[in-house]
Design a protein around this ligand. Structure first.
Ligand code: XMP
Length: 326
C-alpha cells in the first residue's frame, strides 16, 4: 500500500478521544522509526510544524532538534511565542536564529514581488542549512506535510525543502501528520496541549510580512505594518470577529500622502485592512465589519503607529483581487 494515500477506513479526527488515540499510535510509530536517532525540524511556528514538533517532543524528547529561523518578517509576538511554548514550556531542544539583518539587508531596494519571494525562500534554506551543518549525528528530517500538500503538490513544503539541504546530508523523513487534513491537525494540536491561538492561527505566507510590506521593504515601514497588524488582530479579538473571519491582516504600500497631526503637516503611509471569508482561498468574499470596529481600529492605528496617517478598508472580493496584496 502506498503510505501517501489515506485509507478509506481512516476515521476523521474530530474529538479529543480520537486525537489521543492518533497521538498514542504516532508516538509508538515515531519511536519505532527513529530509535535513538536524532531528528531535525524547521519550526516556523505555523500550525503544521508546531503540531509535528509537539508530537515528536512527546515521542522522543531531546532527540528532536527544532530550528526556528526568524527572518524578521514574522508578525508581532510570533517568534517570542515559539520560544515561550517550545523552548520554555515544552523544554524542547530549540535553536533560535535571529536572521533579521541578513534578510532585510538582502531585500534592501528590491521592489519586485517575485524577486522578494525568491530572496526570502532562498535565504531561509541557506540559514537552515548552516544551522543543520553545525549539528552532528542527525539522521532524520521531520516535516509538517499534511494531506492537502500531498494531494496538491509533490508533498514537499517549499519551506521545509529537503532539496535545499546540503548534498552530504542524507535524511530519512519523519512526517507524522501527512495523512491528516488541516482541521484534524488542529484537533491533534489542542489534544497535545498547544495554545489555542497557535493551533487556530490564520494562514500566513512563508515570506511573511514581506509580501504585505509592498515594494522595497524598509525597516520603519515594516515596523509600522507589524504594529498596525497587531492592533487589527487585537480589535478583531475584542469584537469576537477572530473566529468569524477567515483571514485578516494589514498591508502597507510604499507611498505617502499628506495628513495633519497636532496642527502640523504629517506625511504618512496608508494602512490597508483586508478581511476575507473563504473556504479554499480560491475565491473570497468580504466580511461586513461593523463600522464601530472599523472606527476603533482606525483611531488606534493612526494614534499609536508611527508613520501611518490613513486607514483604508479593501472591499474587493477574489476574484478580482487576490487575498494578499503584493
Ligand atoms: P492569494 O493572495 O493568492 O492567497 O489570493 C491565497 C491564500 O494563500 C496564502 N498565501 C500563502 N500561503 N505560502 C503559504 O503557505 C505562501 O507563500 C503564500 N502566499 C499566499 C494567502 O495568505 C491566502 O490565504
Amino acid at each position: 500500500m502506498n503510505s501517501n494515500v489515506r485509507p478509506d477506513s481512516m476515521q476523521r479526527i474530530t474529538t479529543k478521544e480520537l486525537a489521543d488515540a492518533f497521538i498514542s499510535e504516532q508516538v509508538a510509530l515515531i519511536r519505532k522509526q527513529v530509535g535513538d536517532g536524532k531528528v531535525l525540524l524547521a519550526l516556523s511556528g505555523g500550525v503544521d510544524s508546531s503540531v509535528v514538533a509537539a508530537l515528536l517532543i512527546k515521542a522522543i524528547g531531546k532527540q528532536l532538534v527544532c530550528v526556528h529561523v526568524n527572518h524578521g518578517l514574522m508578525r508581532k509576538g510570533e517568534s517570542e511565542q515559539v520560544i515561550e511554548v517550545f523552548g520554555k514550556e515544552l523544554d524542547a531542544n530549540l535553536i533560535y536564529v535571529d536572521a533579521t539583518d541578513r534578510f532585510l539587508n538582502l531585500l534592501d531596494g528590491v521592489c519586485e514581488p517575485e524577486k522578494k519571494r525568491k530572496i526570502i525562500g532562498g535565504e531561509f534554506i541557506k540559514v537552515f542549512d548552516e544551522e543543520a551543518s553545525k549539528l552532528s549525528g542527525i539522521g532524520y528530517l521531520a516535516q509538517g506535510t499534511i494531506y492537502p500538500d500531498i494531494l496538491e503538490s509533490d508533498g514537499v513544503k517549499a519551506h521545509h525543502n529537503v532539496g535545499g539541504l546540503p548534498e552530504e546530508m542524507q535524511f530519512e523523513l519523519v512526517e507524522p501528520v501527512k495523512l491528516l487534513y488541516k482541521d484534524e491537525v488542529r484537533v491533534v494540536g489542542e489534544a497535545l496541549g498547544l495554545p489555542h491561538a497557535m493551533v487556530y492561527r490564520q494562514p500566513f505566507p512563508g515570506p511573511g510580512l514581506g509580501v504585505r510590506c509592498l515594494g522595497a521593504i524598509t525597516r520603519d515601514r515594516l515596523a509600522a505594518l507589524r504594529e498596525a497588524d497587531a492592533i487589527l488582530r487585537e480589535e478583531f479579538d475584542n469584537a469576537n470577529l477572530a473566529g468569524k473571519v477567515w483571514q485578516y491582516f494589514i498591508a502597507v504600500p510604499d507611498f505617502k500622502s499628506v495628513g495633519v497631526k497636532d496642527g502640523k503637516r504629517y506625511e504618512g503611509w496608508p494602512a490597508i485592512i483586508r478581511a476575507v471569508n473563504t473556504t479554499d482561498a480560491m475565491s473570497a468574499t468580504i466580511e461586513e465589519i461593523p463600522y464601530a470596529v472599523l472606527h476603533k481600529i482606525t483611531d488606534r492605528i493612526t494614534a499609536e503607529v508611527d508613520g501611518i496617517n490613513r486607514v483604508l478598508y479593501d472591499l474587493t472580493p477574489k476574484p478580482i483581487g487576490t487575498i494578499e496584496w503584493e
